[in-house]
Ligand binder design. Structure first.
Ligand code: ZN
Ligand code: ZN
Length: 418
């Protein structure tokens, strides 16, 4: 396969792209004068990466260090590399990244790769490469999951991603439509995105304050195919929108974001749940997931599509069969209303209530920054190499909060805040 680089910038509103870069630095990271920045992006996202570097230096960045990925080079590995390549990862790089985070370097990722890039490759090789990479990435990921530093993810409408989301459009139209959807969801449509984010953050804060005041012991989900009780971790705290990293900087890690989320109890989840949207996982599509939990652990799992991949994921480690996140998103969220499947968690998780298999976020505990990994585990926090969100929300989902005495409070009715 050969693709000739083409210039799609005419399909992308340049003023909004400028605003997205400014929002990533001023809202997403709230980058501090003198702070260094580590930036990753696909080469196709260069127009946004350059704008972000410029905004970073305008905000006083000490040094911006970019690392780019390229779809053709990723595919070249699968086509030509020797078999033992698939057990290798750039551990030296991630050790350096972890060291940079220890020195207060901020982290920004631009996403936009074709989510189905590896769909035609050998699933065994894909899974070996993913596992090797997850293991090598661990020292750096711990500092991201532990929220040691301010970090942010934003998206750029690349051609390969746009063609997947809009398969029936001409390339230029597909890119324009994906750009429009990204800008709307990222709240950079208007003249003053900074003010728009302030308002959005305070709306999310009022939800988390209500939930934190209620101190529910569990959430009870009912809907078509779903009858599930998710116990919440002891001392859990709901988070959403802007939050404070351990380095003291208040930032918005995800742009866009619509969710409020917390840590479920890894050993107190029981019942059945079905997915309501397909899950795009590292090149594969998993759809029609049905699982049953017993004492927090998935004991039965099937999928209408991609069941083999799902089972491989569940066998990653013990924590892969347990929950690390529970998140509430109204069915009327702007991303849900767009009706699009983005094949990208950053967007799709903000279209519906979801749960995540695997690693929990220590920041979703009261005084989480001060807890040791053992204390987090004792309170019910899950540990795993993976963290995979999948959507269980719909217009027919009801959720009750269950308090210590067993009393119930409606939280969601028909997919909306009650
Ligand atoms: Zn989430
Ligand atoms: Zn998640």
């Amino acid at each position: 396969m050969t693709s000739h680089p083409r210039n799609f910038s005419a399909s992308i509103d340049q003023a909004k792209l400028d605003r997205l870069a400014e929002t990533a630095i001023k809202v997403g990271l709230r980058l501090q004068p003198g702070q260094d920045l580590f930036l990753t992006a696909p080469v196709a996202a260069l127009p946004l990466a350059r704008r972000i570097a410029a905004e970073a230096y305008k905000a006083g960045a000490g040094l911006v260090t970019p690392i780019f990925s390229d779809e053709e080079m990723t595919l070249a590995r699968y086509r030509h590399a020797p078999d033992d390549s698939f057990d290798r990862a750039a551990g030296w790089l991630y050790e350096g990244v972890a060291k940079a985070f220890s020195g207060n370097t901020a982290r920004l990722a631009i996403v936009g790769e074709n989510p189905m890039l590896l769909a035609e490759e050998d699933p065994a090789k894909v899974s070996r490469a993913n596992k090797a990479n997850s293991l090598a990435y661990q020292p750096a990921l711990e500092k991201i999951a532990g929220f040691d530093i301010n970090w942010n993810i934003v998206a750029y409408p690349t051609e390969s991603w746009a063609k997947l989301v809009f398969p029936h459009e001409q390339d230029e139209i597909a890119v324009a439509k994906l750009a429009h959807a990204i800008f709307a969801a990222s709240r950079v449509d208007g003249e003053d995105p900074i003010a728009a984010w302030d308002a959005h953050n305070s709306a999310l804060r009022s939800r988390t304050e209500w939930l934190n005041g209620k101190r529910f012991r569990a959430l009870r989900y009912t809907g078509p195919g779903t009858d599930l009780t998710i116990g919440l971790a002891d001392g859990h705290e709901w988070q959403g929108g802007a939050s404070t990293a351990k380095n003291g900087i208040v930032c918005n890690p995800n742009i866009p974001t619509e969710e409020v989320f917390t840590t479920p109890h890894a050993r107190r989840v029981d019942g059945r749940v079905v997915s309501t949207k397909p899950l795009s996982y590292q090149g594969s599509l998993i759809d029609g997931i049905e699982v049953r939990f017993e004492e927090g652990r998935i004991v039965e799992a099937k999928a209408a599509h991609g069941e083999e991949v799902l089972k491989k994921v569940l066998d990653t480690d013990d924590g892969a069969r347990r929950l690390g996140e529970v998140a509430l998103v109204p069915h009327s969220s702007p991303i849900s209303k767009s009706g699009l499947l983005f094949f990208n968690t950053l967007f799709d998780e903000n279209a519906a209530c979801h749960i995540a298999l695997g690693q929990c976020y220590s920041k979703c505990f009261v005084d989480g920054a001060k807890l040791t990994p053992d204390q987090i585990a004792a309170r019910g926090g899950n540990k795993s190499l993976i963290h995979i969100d999948w959507m269980i929300g719909s217009a027919e989902l009801d959720i009750d909060g269950v308090d210590e005495a067993g009393g119930r409070t409606p939280v969601f009715r028909k997919g909306e805040w009650a």
